[in-house]
Design a protein around this ligand. Structure first.
Ligand SMILES: Cc1cc2nc3c(=O)[nH]c(=O)nc-3n(C[C@H](O)[C@H](O)[C@H](O)COP(=O)(O)OP(=O)(O)OC[C@H]3O[C@@H](n4cnc5c(N)ncnc54)[C@H](O)[C@@H]3O)c2cc1C
Length: 370
C-alpha cells in the first residue's frame, strides 16, 4: 500500500490500540503509538520477575487467554496463528467448589477454543506495534491533546509538557485518557477534555470499572493433586480463577507457575480501605498471603511456593459497554476515535473489534478527504 500523507497517533499499546495501529499502517497511514508502560500489552501484559536467587520467571498476570465467537476476530486469529504469535491452549477447564471440595463442570477439551500468545500474552501487541509504518514509543504518557480548528491538526504533549508532535488524527484506546479516575489517581486533569466535544462526552460519560488482584506463584514441583490447568472457584468470596501458567504452549517448564485471580468483591474491599493509589509493597505482600491462604483452604495438596507476589489491576474490567453497536466512539470532523474493550465487551474480543473499527473509521474518513 502506498503511504498516505496522514499521521495518526494511537494512545495505548494494548490489544485495541495495537490492532488499530496495525490496520491503519496496512492501509498506508503513518502511525505513532504512545504507551505509558515499558512495553506493549496493556491488560495482556507479561510480567518478568527475578527471584532473590536470580531465577527469571514470566507470568501472564492480566488476561490468561482469550476466545472468540466472532468471524472477523477468527480471521485475525488465523493470521496470528500463521505468524506464530498465538497458539491454541488445549487443556481441560472446569471449576472447584469450596463446599463439596470437588472439581465440577469439567469442560471437554477444545469445546470452547482458548488461545494464548507465544511466548507470552503480550506477543500479539508486540508484533502488531512493530509492523511496517508504525513507530512505537514506550514509556511515554500522553498528558494532553489539543485540537486546532484552523490547522485541522492535533498537538500532543507528554505528561511533563514536552511536545510529542502534530497529527491529523488521534485514537485514544484507554478510558483513562478522558476519565475523572485519571485525576483521582494522578491529581492532574485527564489528557482529553471531552467537554470540548459535547457529542462524545454525552456518549462516554464515566465508565465504571471492576478491580481484581492477581497472585503470581512459582513452585519447585508440579501441584499434582490438581487435575485441571485452568479452573474457576465456586463459593469463595476471595478467589475467582486459577491458571497454570507453565502448562501453556511455548512456556518454560523449569518450575510450575500459577496465576490466581481474586474476586471483584475482595479487590473492592481492599480498595475501599486503602484507596486508589498504588498499593505499597507491604500491602501487596499481605494480600499475596491472604490469597495464598485461600488457595490452601481448598484442601488440595499445595506445597509452599518459592515465589509469591500480588499485583493490583484497579480497572481490570469495564462494567458497561458504551458503544456496543458502533464498536468505537468517533468524531469524523476531528478524526478522533475512542476505542477499547469498554466500547464493546470486557474482554480481548471486544477490544479487538473496537480497535479494528476505529482504524476503519479513520481510514474511510482519510480516503473521503483525498
Ligand atoms: C486479571 C485479568 C484477567 C482477564 N481475563 C480475561 C480473559 O480470560 N479473557 C479475555 O478475553 N479477557 C480477559 N481480560 C480482559 C482483557 O485483558 C481486556 O479486555 C483487554 O486486554 C483490553 O484491551 P484494551 O486495548 O481495550 O485496553 P488495555 O489493555 O488496558 O490498553 C490500554 C493501554 O493504554 C495505555 N495508556 C493509557 N493511558 C495512556 C496515556 N495517557 N499515554 C500512553 N498510554 C496510555 C495503558 O498503559 C494500556 O497499555 C482480563 C483482564 C485482566 C486484568
Amino acid at each position: 500500500m502506498n503511504p498516505i500523507a496522514t499521521k495518526v497517533a494511537v494512545i495505548g499499546a494494548g490489544i485495541s490500540g495495537a490492532v488499530c495501529a496495525s490496520n491503519l499502517a496496512k492501509n498506508g497511514i503513518s502511525v505513532t503509538v504512545f504507551e505509558s508502560a515499558r512495553g506493549p500489552g496493556g491488560r495482556m501484559s507479561r510480567r518478568r520477575e527475578i527471584t532473590e536467587d536470580g531465577r527469571e520467571l514470566y507470568f501472564d498476570h492480566g488476561a490468561p487467554c482469550f476466545s472468540t465467537t466472532n468471524t472477523e476476530v477468527e480471521d485475525m486469529i488465523k493470521v496470528w496463528e500463521a505468524r506464530g504469535l498465538i497458539a491454541e491452549w488445549k487443556q481441560n477447564f472446569g471449576s472447584f467448589d469450596y463446599i463439596t471440595k470437588q472439581f465440577v463442570n469439567i469442560e471437554k477439551e477444545g469445546l470452547n477454543k482458548k488461545y494464548v500468545g507465544i511466548p507470552g500474552m503480550n506477543s500479539i501487541c508486540r508484533a502488531l506495534c512493530s509492523d511496517p509504518g508504525i513507530e512505537s514509543k514506550y514509556g511515554v504518557t500522553v498528558g494532553s491533546l489539543e485540537w486546532s480548528e484552523n490547522k485541522d491538526l492535533w498537538s500532543l504533549k507528554d505528561k511533563d509538557g514536552h511536545d510529542l508532535g502534530q497529527f491529523n488524527g488521534v485514537v485514544a484506546s484507554d478510558k483513562s485518557t478522558f476519565s475523572q479516575r485519571f485525576t483521582q489517581v494522578s491529581g492532574k486533569p485527564p489528557p482529553l477534555d471531552l467537554s470540548l466535544t459535547p457529542g462524545l462526552a454525552d456518549i462516554v460519560k464515566e465508565v465504571p470499572v471492576r478491580p481484581c488482584f492477581a497472585l503470581m506463584l512459582a513452585f519447585e514441583n508440579p501441584l499434582s493433586s490438581i487435575p485441571l490447568k485452568g479452573f474457576s472457584f465456586e463459593n469463595s468470596e476471595v478467589l475467582k480463577w486459577a491458571i497454570c501458567e507453565s502448562s501453556k504452549p511455548g512456556r518454560s517448564t523449569s518450575s510450575e507457575r500459577w496465576v490466581l485471580h481474586s474476586t471483584e468483591q475482595y479487590a473492592e474491599s481492599i480498595i475501599a480501605r486503602a484507596g486508589l493509589q498504588k498499593p505499597s509493597n507491604a500491602a501487596l505482600t499481605e494480600i499475596a498471603e491472604e490469597l495464598f491462604q485461600e488457595f490452601q483452604r481448598t484442601g488440595l495438596d499445595i506445597s509452599l511456593p518459592f515465589f509469591k507476589k500480588a499485583h493490583r489491576w484497579g480497572s481490570a474490567f469495564p462494567a458497561t459497554s458504551v458503544s456496543k453497536n458502533e464498536k468505537c466512539i468517533w468524531d469524523a470532523h476531528k478524526k478522533l476515535a475512542i476505542c477499547g474493550d469498554f466500547c464493546v465487551s470486557p474482554n480481548v474480543q471486544g477490544a479487538i473489534l473496537s480497535g479494528f473499527t476505529a482504524a476503519a473509521s479513520i481510514f474511510s474518513e482519510t480516503v473521503s478527504r483525498l
